[in-house]
Design a protein around this ligand. Structure first.
Ligand code: NAD
Length: 307
């Protein structure tokens, strides 16, 4: 039975350290400040915005919510981005995605001041990450490796030594999770492999995942990864956040007190099934997601300290 890697506990531990650093900066006259830019009404983006606001307030960061209507023009969004780039009270800027399809997302990301780019989205920082030069690491893949390395260290391993030459298989190739996770694995001298929807269509997905010493799953498919896709003893890091209906024993939708269908959050990994074979696994909720906003806040504190 796999060990459960507790992201919520690690988030609490790191939050205390980050809050102390933020307080020291505030005591010296500069309170670290984070702004999110939300355009439109996307449900997931709004949930993430609220989580960021809560984390910022818990850790003593100044937080600014910039919300624009879905119909905002590209010129209006770019003007908001420019104002944040120039504002000395703001040290981190995060445009939330997805943005309305009419917006030129690449231009918006390029309008982040590179020194305030706390999720490694600006092309200059993506390039630096690719070259292995120090940047503020992208929060979600950084959370994956923080959980992995703390788990290894807690088991008496030297994480850097353990990862050298290991097979790290990443399902998903998004710009915010899958691709940077590949680069973070490579930086650690692991042997990363990226697999994606075309690997699956070609019928090769499980052949790759079954080789993985570390399997990082970021696909947005509820409970997709099952035990037979996992090598016994592997460490499984589940990035997925999916909302699914709750059903009763007969498969009918379960309802809440007000008669509405109940929903629950699951990852991309079938947790109970995979737990039987894996060596360690992150839960959803309480795994990667729990740590992500805390690492984002850490990047804001670092950006503020460097300003
Ligand atoms: P995305 O939708 O941009 O990309 C999904 C990737 O999965 C694609 O590269 C696609 O090729 C791959 N994929 C889809 N179906 C597949 C299949 N059948 N076989 C193999 N590969 C397949 O996703 P994203 O933005 O990287 O997000 C992935 C998941 O992670 C989502 O559930 C999202 O909600 C979650 N997420 C969590 C956090 C966090 O902090 N925990 C942050 C960002 C995203």
């Amino acid at each position: 039975m796999a060990a459960i890697i507790d992201g919520a506990a690690l988030a609490r531990e790191l939050a205390a350290e980050i809050a102390a650093e933020a307080a020291a900066l505030a005591g010296a006259g500069v309170r670290p400040g984070l702004a999110t830019v939300l355009v439109g009404e996307d449900y997931g983006a709004r949930v993430y915005r609220r989580q960021i606001e809560r984390t910022a307030s818990e850790l003593g960061l100044a937080y600014r919510d910039v919300t624009l209507p879905a119909a905002a023009s590209a010129a209006e969004v770019m003007a908001a981005m420019r104002a944040l780039a120039e504002d000395p009270a703001i040290h981190g800027v995060l445009p939330l995605r997805p943005m309305p399809p009419a917006l030129p997302e690449a231009d918006v990301l390029e309008a982040i001041a590179p020194a305030k780019d706390v999720d490694c989205l600006h092309p200059a920082n993506v390039g630096r990450l690719m070259l292995g030069r120090p940047v503020l690491p992208p929060a979600t893949p950084a959370a994956c490796f923080e959980l992995l390395e703390r788990h290894l260290a807690a088991g008496g391993q030297d994480p850097r030594a353990w990862l050298q030459g290991r097979e790290v298989v990443i399902i998903g190739r998004s710009n915010i999770v899958g691709k940077p996770a590949y680069l973070l694995a490579l930086q650690r001298n692991a042997t990363p492999t990226t697999v994606h929807s075309y690997t699956w269509r070609a019928g090769h997905l499980a052949a790759h995942t079954r080789r993985a010493d570390v399997l990082i799953v970021a696909m947005g498919r509820p409970e997709f990864v099952t035990a037979e896709m996992v090598k016994p003893g592997a460490i499984v890091i589940d990035v997925g956040i999916n909302s699914v209906p709750v059903t009763d024993a007969e498969g009918r939708p379960a309802l809440d007190d007000r008669g509405r269908p109940r929903r629950r959050t699951v990852g991309d990994v079938a947790f109970d099934d995979v737990r039987r074979v894996a060596g360690a696994i992150t839960p959803v909720p309480g795994g990667v997601g729990a740590l992500t906003t805390v690492l984002l806040a850490r990047n804001v504190v670092r950006a503020c300290a460097a300003a």
